[in-house]
Design a protein. Structure first.
Length: 270
């Protein structure tokens, strides 16, 4: 990956509400040699990626990184949202346009995110095409946009949502999501917000208790979401919390084991 940095947050925003993301170049080296002396480790972010790397390197571990945050009661009556960039190459935006026709009454999708440069954002080819498509179908009332949000506010907005839409499947972005981690998954686990998610992706991350749909048929997922009873939604939240706790404990165990192996010292895991 290229060495580009992406800042989310404004100057003067406290450290816990701003984040610097840095893409680093992938080291050109033999991974098996990298791990041979036991002082280094390779950690993948999905189980499939770890299995893929196991063919070239022994002892690859995987964790699904997330931080468990307090759950908000607003989720019960919150919005359904997509959080991220409108990018037809990397997201199944076409399914969102088609799927929005399944929304009933005053239902809408909240589009969370944007660019600090509003003019540049609105001039984007993908944004123009998206607005043309929803305009042709008379779907403008089905979408509401937050515009750019500093990272802390971006996360806080997701925390209040009833459902989050990852908009990924096994075909977008050159099929890369068969191995990599969709950003919506750690958001869901960490913030306690369920997903309306492609079934193949759900099965990969043991999320079958969420609202799932086949292929790019997001419309069927949105229909199922609208038919969900309050009791079933509460049960989904309970399943999500159990899953998050179990996976978080697993993450800690894996990291503790790697630290013990590298340092030669054991320690209590809280």
């Amino acid at each position: 990956m290229g060495g580009r940095s992406f800042r989310q947050g404004d100057d003067g925003v406290p450290a816990d509400r701003a984040t610097m993301l840095l893409r680093r170049d992938v080291p050109v080296e033999d991974l098996s040699r990298h791990c041979a002396d036991g002082r280094h480790a390779v950690i993948a972010l999905t189980e499939r990626a770890a299995a893929h790397l196991a063919s070239v390197c022994d002892g690859v571990e995987w964790i699904l990184p997330f931080e468990i945050r307090d759950r908000l009661p607003e989720r019960l009556t919150g919005e359904t949202a997509f959080a991220g960039i409108i990018d037809y190459d990397r997201k199944a935006i076409h399914s969102l346009v088609k799927g929005a026709e399944a929304l009933r009454g005053d239902g809408y999708i909240r589009m969370i995110g944007g660019s600090r440069n509003t003019a540049e954002f609105l001039d984007s080819g993908f944004i123009k095409y998206f607005k043309e498509q929803i305009g042709k179908r008379g779907l403008e009332p089905r979408f509401k946009f937050t515009g750019y949000l500093p990272y802390g506010e971006f996360v806080d907005k997701i925390r209040t949502c009833r459902f989050l839409l990852p908009l990924v499947d096994d075909y977008v972005d050159g099929g890369s999501y068969t191995l990599k981690l969709p950003a919506a998954v750690p958001y869901a686990l960490g913030l306690g917000v369920p997903l309306v998610v492609n079934r193949a992706v759900a099965e990969r991350f043991d999320l079958q208790y969420m609202v799932c749909y086949p292929d790019d048929d997001l419309a069927s997922g949105l229909q199922a979401m609208q038919e969900l009873s309050a009791r079933d939604y509460a049960a989904m939240l309970e399943a999500l919390d159990r899953h998050a706790e179990a996976l978080y404990r697993r993450n800690i165990g894996v990291l503790a084991g790697l630290i013990e192996r590298i340092t030669g010292r054991g320690g209590a895991v809280r």
